[in-house]
Design a protein around this ligand. Structure first.
Ligand SMILES: [Fe+2]
Length: 345
């Protein structure tokens, strides 16, 4: 198992890099824009392939590295379904798994610091974002923060994990790197309260100044979408309505880039082929499944995914590999459903 805790000293942010083995798929949690070069270098040095970049919540104190990592590595961007970010490749909710090859994290919805705060549990450790910090908790006085919800997230979800579970937060300002659930239960001063009202009262009296970066970081972090407009400008996109008219046509193949779990949960476009996004490059190059399919049948490949992010990147890769008829459904299955497209469960 590869596990790295990386630090941005300007914002006091911890970023985590996870992979199950060298040469394997990697996942990064809470990357910081200014550190993207360093992450990419480390990923190359460790011979990893970055598959997913996830933010625990919409950060107010630094600009996320999600968009830059996606542009550099073509990874999938991930956030919770409550996030107000414009568009990410994949949205998760409580009970989902955040998975790459050999690594699977349980998704816990832990609102309170913000209303889009999530924690990720991996067997012996939990990534708590700004919900539970080491000897502290994330402030609840902006971004739809709610001390009552945070109390519930901490006391009724996180503190119910086994006491030896390691706690890896998104921030620390004193140089602490890791704690445990048991330790925080006993020694976190904010958790020594007798009731939710006492906690709400305590959080209401903190009087913290706003983060220095807030006015820059929040608007920047709301816009991390891939330039789907640019793909459309090149003529490689179709609207959900246009795509629906092609259903059942013998000269068109719809290709679903999502994961098996997303297909089960949200359904599929009838008659579509499944070719998961992490295998895309292998599939579109000469000799690859999709390349040969297009060559042998002359069919036009129409990619789709959840929100059009993965499929927009796939079109670019397919075009680069010589599949000049490839295009994608702009806005993905989300737009397809809003346009009343048929979905198979
Ligand atoms: Fe935060």
């Amino acid at each position: 198992m590869i596990f790295r805790q990386l630090f941005d000293s300007v914002s006091g942010t911890y970023t985590y890099l996870l992979a199950s083995r060298p040469g394997g798929e990697a996942l990064i949690i809470d990357p910081v824009l200014e550190k993207v070069d360093r992450y990419v270098q480390l990923i190359n040095e460790l011979d990893l392939r970055l598959i997913k970049a996830v933010d625990t919540h919409l950060h107010a104190d630094h600009i996320t590295g999600l968009g830059a990592l996606r542009d550099r590595t073509h990874c999938v961007t991930v956030m919770g379904e409550h996030s107000k970010v414009d568009v990410v490749s994949m949205r998760l909710t409580e009970g989902d798994k955040l998975a790459i090859e050999g690594v699977s994290l349980d998704v816990l919805y832990t609102p309170g610091h913000t209303d889009d705060s999530y924690s990720f549990l991996m067997r012996d450790r939990v990534f708590t974002g700004d919900t539970l910090l080491i000897r502290g908790t994330g402030r609840t006085d902006f971004q739809n923060g709610d001390a009552r919800a945070q109390y519930d997230s901490i006391f009724n979800k996180l503190l119910r994990l086994p006491e030896e579970t390691m706690v890896f937060p998104a921030h620390d300002y004193k140089g602490e790197t890791v704690s445990t659930i048991g330790e925080e239960k006993r020694f976190n001063p904010r958790l020594q309260v007798k009731s939710v009202d006492e906690y709400v009262d305590l959080m209401g009296k903190l009087n913290l100044p706003n983060p220095k970066m807030m006015d820059v970081a929040v608007p920047a972090n709301m816009r991390v979408g891939f330039a789907q407009e640019e793909i459309a400008r090149r003529g490689w996109a179709m609207s959900a309505a246009e795509a629906q008219a092609l259903i059942g046509r013998p000269d068109v193949t719809f290709v679903d880039l999502r994961e098996r779990t997303e297909r089960q949960k949200h359904g599929v476009i009838p008659g579509s082929l499944h070719a998961p996004y992490p295998d895309l490059i292998a599939n579109v190059k000469p000799g690859g499944m999709l390349h040969e399919l297009a060559a042998a049948t002359g069919r036009r490949i129409v990619f789709y995914c959840a929100f059009g992010e993965r499929s927009a990147m796939a079109v670019q890769a397919a075009q680069d590999a010589g599949l000049t008829a490839a295009c994608h459904v702009q806005g993905g299955l989300d737009a397809w459903k809003r346009a009343q497209g048929p979905v198979l469960h």
